[in-house]
Design a protein around this ligand. Structure first.
Ligand code: FCB
Length: 465
C-alpha cells in the first residue's frame, strides 16, 4: 500500500443504530432490493421461454466456475408469491427486477410469448397488491440466443429489435410500474462479454466490444424516444456500473493512465448520455477499434434521462499499466476479492454530480458477497451489515452535499447465480439453500428491515422533511 492511497480521507463512520442512519435520508426516499431474471428465475425451458446467450454460455465447459446454469437458479418463477411475501415480511416498498427478453419473445423477434408476459404481469400485479413499487430493467444481459446468431449487439438490427421489445413492454406495463431502465451495466456487456470474453457471449475483440457499447447506448436512446412518443409516463433511465479510479501514486504515468481508465469505464458512457459526444481521448486511444457512429446516433443517445441508476461495489486503483489487482488494494475485501471502499461511493457521486449535473439518481445496486454460513438456524453476516451501513453513510454524505439521490437498492434480495462465479458467491440478504430452495433472511435482512421501519417511523412523525 502506498502513501497516496493511504492519504485518502476516511469515510464517515456510520452510526450503528438504524434510527440515526435512517434520519439522514429524506421522507419519500426509496428503499429496495434488486435481482435480475437470469440470476433467480430458473424455469429456463418452461412456458415457451427461448434460450438466452447466458444459457448457451453456461453450457461451455469451464465458462462457469462451478459448472452452474440458470436452469433452476432460485426457482423464483415457480415461487413468485412466496418471494413477494418475503419482500413484505422485510417491509420493502420497492423492488428492482429485470424482464427476460427470451421469455417474452423467444427469438427476439416476431410473436410475443403470452405465457412469459403473463409471468411479469403476475409479478407486477403481485407487487402492487402488496404496496411495493415495481422498478423494471429491460435488459440485464440475457439476449435471445437467436439474435446472437444473427450478429448480436454488434449488429444494428438488434438495436431496432430492442426498441420494439421496449415498446411492447411499455405498452403492456408502462402505466403500472414505477420506473423503466433500458440497460443494466453496458460496460459489462461490452467489455466483459465481447472484449475479455469472460461473460456471455464470450467474444474477445475490442473492436466488437466498442461497437456493442455504441449499439447498447443507441438502443437506449432510441427506446427512450419511442417510449415517450408512445406516451409511457413512468420515469425512464439507464443503469451504469461506475467506480472512481484513483492513481496508485502521483507519478505522472499513473495519473495519466488513471484518466484513461476513467474514460473507458465512466466517461465513455456518461459523456454521450449527458453531453452528446464520446470522449476524444478515448476515441484516440481506441484508434481503429473506435465504433462506427452514424449521423444522428449521438443526438439519440443524448435524450434527457428522467433518472440515472448507478451500481457501486468498489473503486479502481490504477498504475501506469492499468487497473491494479483489487487484492493488492486496501485492507478489506469481499468474497469477490473486491476492495471494500465506502468512501469511493461518496467520491463517485460528488464527482459525477460536479461533472454532469445529475438528474434524479438511484443507487440501483450495492452490496457484497461473503462466505456466509448458517449457524443454529441463523446467518450472522455482520460483515454485510457493516458494508451496507458504511455505504449508506457515504451515500448520506453525498446527499447532504447536494447530490440528488432518491433511492437505494441492495444487491441482492436472494443469494443467486453470480454469472461466471456460478453459485459460489452469495450476495443475498436472504440465504438460499439450493437443495431445498428454502429462504432464510440473514442478519443483514433483519438489519435492513429495522432501518426501513425506523425511516418510516421518522417520516410518519414528520421528523423528516
Ligand atoms: C453487477 C450485476 C449484478 C450482480 C452484481 C454482483 O455487475 O449487475 O447482476 O451480478 O454485479
Amino acid at each position: 500500500m502506498n502513501a497516496a492511497i493511504e492519504s485518502f480521507t476516511p469515510a464517515s463512520t456510520a452510526d450503528a443504530a438504524p434510527a440515526a442512519l435512517a434520519a439522514r435520508f429524506p421522507a419519500g426516499f426509496v428503499w429496495g432490493t434488486a435481482t435480475s431474471a437470469f440470476q433467480i428465475e430458473g424455469a429456463a425451458a418452461v412456458d415457451g421461454r427461448g434460450d438466452s446467450i447466458w444459457d448457451v454460455f453456461c453450457r461451455q465447459p469451464g465458462a462457469i466456475l462451478d459448472g452452474g446454469t440458470g436452469d433452476v437458479a432460485c426457482d423464483h418463477y415457480h415461487r413468485l408469491e412466496d418471494d413477494l411475501d418475503l419482500l413484505v415480511s422485510l417491509g420493502l416498498r420497492a423492488y428492482r427486477f429485470s424482464i427476460a427478453w427470451p421469455r417474452v419473445q423467444p427469438t427476439g423477434e416476431g410473436a410475443w410469448n403470452e405465457a412469459g408476459m403473463a409471468f411479469y404481469d403476475r409479478l407486477i400485479t403481485g407487487l402492487l397488491a402488496r404496496g411495493i413499487a415495481p422498478h423494471v430493467t429491460l435488459y440485464h444481459w440475457d439476449l435471445p440466443q437467436a439474435l446472437q446468431e444473427a450478429g448480436g449487439w454488434a449488429s444494428r438490427r438488434t438495436v431496432d429489435l430492442f426498441v420494439a421489445y421496449a415498446r411492447e413492454i411499455g405498452r403492456r406495463f408502462g402505466a403500472r410500474v414505477a420506473s423503466i431502465a433500458t440497460h443494466n451495466e453496458p460496460w459489462v456487456v461490452a467489455v466483459l462479454g465481447h472484449e475479455a470474453g469472460i461473460f456471455a457471449p464470450g467474444l474477445r475483440s475490442r473492436r466488437t466490444a466498442y461497437q456493442v457499447a455504441h449499439h447498447l447506448l443507441l438502443s437506449h436512446g432510441l427506446a427512450l424516444r419511442a417510449l415517450r412518443a408512445d406516451g409511457v409516463g413512468c420515469p425512464l433511465g439507464i443503469v451504469l456500473n461506475q467506480s472512481p479510479s484513483d492513481p496508485a501514486t502521483q507519478a505522472p504515468a499513473d495519473v495519466a493512465r488513471t484518466w484513461l481508465e476513467d474514460g473507458l469505464l465512466v466517461r465513455w458512457y456518461m459523456d454521450p448520455l449527458f453531453k452528446g459526444s464520446y470522449p476524444a481521448d478515448v476515441v484516440a486511444h481506441l484508434g481503429a477499434d473506435a465504433p462506427e457512429v452514424q449521423p444522428g446516433d449521438l443526438a439519440a443517445i443524448h435524450a434527457p434521462l428522467d433518472f440515472l441508476g448507478l451500481n457501486y461495489y468498489t473503486r479502481n486503483v490504477v498504475d501506469a499499466n492499468g487497473v491494479v489487482e483489487a487484492a493488492k488494494c486496501g485492507t478489506e475485501h469481499t468474497a469477490m476479492g473486491w476492495e471494500i471502499r465506502p468512501e469511493g461511493l461518496r467520491d463517485l457521486l460528488l464527482r459525477l454530480h460536479r461533472d454532469y449535473r445529475l438528474p434524479a439518481l438511484y443507487i440501483m445496486e450495492n452490496g457484497a458477497a461473503f462466505d456466509d454460513e448458517v449457524v443454529n438456524g441463523e446467518v450472522p453476516d455482520e460483515r454485510r451489515v457493516r458494508y451496507l451501513e458504511t455505504h449508506l453513510a457515504a451515500a448520506a454524505d453525498a446527499l447532504q452535499a447536494g447530490v440528488p439521490l432518491r433511492g437505494y437498492f441492495v444487491w441482492s434480495l436472494l443469494d443467486n447465480f453470480e454469472w461466471a462465479q456460478g453459485y459460489t458467491k452469495r450476495f443475498g440478504i436472504v440465504h438460499v439453500d439450493y437443495a431445498t430452495q428454502r429462504r432464510l433472511p440473514k442478519r443483514s435482512a433483519h438489519w435492513y428491515a429495522a432501518l426501513l421501519a425506523a425511516h418510516r417511523e421518522a417520516a410518519a412523525s414528520a421528523r423528516l422533511r
